[in-house]
Design a protein around this ligand. Structure first.
Ligand SMILES: *Cc1c(COP(=O)(O)O)cnc(C)c1O
Length: 355
């Protein structure tokens, strides 16, 4: 069992990776195109996220683009996403020549508002790209039912929430395709990397074709797989530790009015990549950020969002007021700060932010 000390957790992870690397160097498998760790990672991810087909790729960003291609998005199609989301998601839609259609964020959290989806659907809508952000998930059971009913493919961006349960199922199992990131700051990290997961062999095949130029165009390496395997094994232990820290912060943030009442909306068991606080405007957020940084807390602002983008690049549906508020007023606390030995410092900074 883990001691709860992130220092000792980091050290035990590092020594495990070092041992696995040494073994791969000795066995001569470390530089294989298609080595045992890479194959084991595919199996482990499939099991962990309850998916039949898994491909590991170079980043979450390219995973989103492959997912869009996998469900058949083409130039001229429309793809619905929240006006507050990871910037690369908008760009991935544009990269295919499709048009992003922006909807608002759930007032109870940071993910898209399922109530806003129906009004955004047009005859050109091919896919819905939905991200579970900052602890809150989107309402996956409702969104998935709506997508099925309207014949639209749901792409689930689970980059921020490996380990979470939403609507009684593991996050990453809801989309026609679901997407993971193994980027440098993520909960599962090899510095770079990602994955696409699906149960549909045809979607899987289309993604393989999009990634195939004779050799893989967007591969994950054996070395990265070696670093990821032990993290996947201890995901549940780390998840529990972060959850304990997040519960302490949630109580304080709720009572200080710095987080929506129902947050973490929709997740039965949320995963915390970033713990969010909502300030009323940019100036108040920036002042808080300065105080948090002064206290040595790793934090940053939320996504800039897409509500400023011109109608030449996208179609906006509704006021997008919540997305705007999230983008100007969010302060995101890094998951490392949820560790037992750091949490009181964050709690004190939240306490000092009461108005
Ligand atoms: C990090 C992230 C991505 C992209 O992942 P990279 O591996 O950094 O390219 C996509 N979506 C969300 C919600 C993310 O947080």
């Amino acid at each position: 069992m883990s001691s709860g000390d992130p220092g000792s957790d980091d050290r035990s992870l590092a020594s495990r990776i070092a041992a696995d690397l040494a073994a791969a160097l000795a066995a001569g498998t470390w530089n294989a195109y298609d080595g045992p760790a890479g194959r084991e990672l595919l199996v482990s991810l499939g099991r962990r996220f309850s998916r039949r087909h898994v491909q590991t790729v170079a980043s979450g960003t390219i995973a989103v683009e492959l997912a869009l291609r996998g469900v058949g998005v083409r130039a001229g199609d429309e793809v619905i996403l929240a006006a507050y989301d990871f910037p690369g998601n908008f760009r991935a839609i544009e990269a295919i020549g499709a048009t992003p259609v922006l909807i608002d964020v759930d007032p109870a959290g940071w993910s898209l508002d399922v109530d806003s989806v129906a009004a955004a659907i047009s005859p050109s809508t091919r896919a819905l790209l939905a991200s579970h952000l900052h602890g809150s998930g989107f309402d996956a059971p409702r969104l998935s039912a709506l997508a099925t009913e309207r014949g639209i493919a749901l792409i689930e961006d689970a980059c921020q929430v490996p380990g979470a349960t939403i609507g009684g199922r593991v996050a990453g199992s809801w989309g026609a395709v679901s997407v993971l990131s193994f980027g440098g700051s993520k909960l599962l990290s090899a510095g770079r990397g990602g994955a696409v997961l699906t149960d549909d062999p045809q979607i899987d095949q289309r993604m393989r074709i999009a990634n195939d130029r004779g050799n893989l165009a967007y591969p994950l390496s054996e070395l990265q797989a070696i670093a990821l395997l032990p993290q996947l094994e201890r995901l549940d232990v780390m998840h529990r530790l972060r959850q304990r820290g997040a519960e302490r912060l949630l109580e304080m943030a709720h009572s200080a009015g710095l987080i929506p009442d129902r947050h973490p909306a929709n997740a039965d068991d949320p995963a915390w990549y970033k713990f969010p606080l909502q300030f009323p405007d940019e100036a108040t957020r920036d002042a808080a950020r300065a105080r948090f940084e002064q206290a040595g807390i790793a934090c940053g602002e939320g996504f800039r969002g897409f509500w400023r983008r011109t109608s030449r690049r996208c179609r906006a549906v509704g006021s997008l007021d919540v997305a705007r508020l999230r983008s100007v007023g969010s302060l995101l606390i890094d998951h490392r700060e949820l560790a037992d030995d750091r949490i009181e410092r964050v709690a004190a900074a939240i306490e000092a932010s009461r108005d």
